[in-house]
Design a protein around this ligand. Sequence first.
Ligand SMILES: [Zn+2]
Length: 373
Amino acid sequence: MGLGKINRISLDDSSITTPVIWLGHDLFQSIKVWNHLDYCPGLMLNAYNFYQKPRVTEKAKNIGIKKMLNFKGNIFLDSGGFLFQRTGKSKVDVNDLLILYKELVPEFAAILDIPLSPLATNTSNYRRWTKTIQNTRYMFESNSLLNLIPILHTYNKNLVQKRLEQIRQINPALKILGVGSLVPLFMNSFIGDKFSIYKKKVSPKLGRWDFISDLMLAIKKNNSDLILHAFGAGSLSTIYLLSMLGVDSFDSTSWRTKAAFGEIILPGSTNRNVSKIVSLTRYRRKLDDNELELLSNCGCPFCSEKNMRNRLSTLQKFAVARATHNAYVFISEIENLRKAINMKRHYQFVADRLKKSEFFTRILNEIIIPKLQ
Ligand SMILES: [Zn+2]
């Protein structure tokens, strides 16, 4: 059970194997975790970040982003459209963005999309989609070099096929599709009564996942070969669940935002919260036996070859150690997910990782699994 599969995406001089994680990096951040890691498949950068840092942008244009960052993996450049989710307006000009993309030549570049808001009216959300599809057409027609990633947005599963058709008209060779507007649903943010139709069947919190599941399955229907990237997946728990629904590619910044708050992530040690957090500096909560064992098994560069006391004090003292540890956990968990899919143990792996969280276990067993049968 589970729709996860292994895909190979061929690029000019490299390839990507899915499931894949793109670590969200902010150009204002001084910590560069890939300098400490043996393996880091991809970074997701934000075009808006480049507008904020003109000098860095000049350097990136001159010597290349990878050389500037001393990074050897793949780069996925996001448009920054999501930064304007609430207003529904983009401050970025589509042509300027395309020029920037062409100068920075990332492996993948997202279309300038205008994400929907669960709090906006249907009319406003329709206007946003219309703008996104206009941008999609413009960017595909003005470009032949870049790997542009079109992005589907809808809060209505019945519109999926129509919107996919609109994208395919522009890009008949569609292989990789982004899915957007999901961040407010992944987060526990207030989203009004947008999904009230789902509340009749299940509780509101589960209702969001009822919709997310329907959406992904509607996309996958008749399109099982399409490689899906879910924008802004965030936590590992969300990633595990999305993988069950056939999502292949994920990006997250939570590994570094958690690290900045003094938190480390341990695989499968979910409580009822969104992610598997053990706060070391803020609460100085003691790790339980299971968490200690998970930490003792960590092979990240800051944990390995240290006794438990030194591990804990290193993680407590240094933000770079926490960020690297968390990034390592994300990357190695995606590797473990891939192995589980390969061994046809996708469901077992995900169920095991979520077993400490009653909420995520319910999403898996009460919402997702019945839809897959
Ligand atoms: Zn570690």
